[in-house]
Design a protein around this ligand. Sequence first.
Ligand SMILES: [Mn+2]
Length: 318
Amino acid sequence: MKAYCVSHRKDIDGLGSGSLAAAATGGEIILTDYDDMILSLRKVPDDASRVVISDLGADSADFPEFLSELQRLAKHAEVTYIDHHYLSEPARKKVMKSGVRLVHDVEECASMLTYKTFKDKLPAGAALVALCGAVTDYMDDSPMGKELMEKTDRQFVLAEATMLALALDNRGDEEGYPESMAAEMAKMKKAHEIPGVPEAAVRQLQKEAGLEAVVKEQGRKKGGLAYMFTAEHSTGNVAKVLIGAFDVPVGVALKQKQPGWYEVSLRGTSRAKVHLGRTISKIAGELGGSGGGHQKAAGCRIPAAKAEEMLAALSKKV
Ligand SMILES: [Mn+2]
């Protein structure tokens, strides 16, 4: 009988919520992304006793599969699904009926919701992990985020959170690196205490300082968006820099993850006219891929042959 904590691999809110869930339950951390979430859930054995799923954005083209995984796990395990991604009313009802406990609030990041859920079982230092998730998800202005931030030194939190995010951007592509970071965070290690993290953060700063010039040269504008094919780990950063470099409301960075497929990050400003997560979930689903995410930050996986079609469809909407 074992506990598992399945969470998002790509950012500190995902690592933070997964590590808080692991600290509270003693569970094994399994990290995944929107595009391989179902495969990862299938790895959780039938006889798991406790499962916590966090920060994964279920309301995508994959929802039926996601739901059937919840139903399978809930047969034997106590399952908690914690999320702040958009969840439609019908999807919410189905999740509630599946026998899992749903903790859902779009106003708080997943780390903060996980902290709230397991507060009594968490050691000192857990509030900082929750705040790091909030800062890096741009959600520290939330009711809980504000309350916790007021009890601590803001500069300290910002430095710790940013160091984690930069290190993950720098080394997140290395096999097992996000998992090793999450394991340290579950032990309540702060960014500056995790071996190698400060150094990776500085390397990432050096890299990002040169990114704008690269993006200006290799990026292209298409309607209301700018896009670029890249090999950078942090496609989210490339997407952000594209927005500034081309003065558009949406940036799209595409990276070949495995032959024949692109992993795509989308970022938007408040000028973007659509909810990027919902829009890309629909477009990617129709083109044989999958995707999801938030209003201004989303991701998808798409067959390489459909990339231009995806960009064309998206550029018409933004
Ligand atoms: Mn999140």
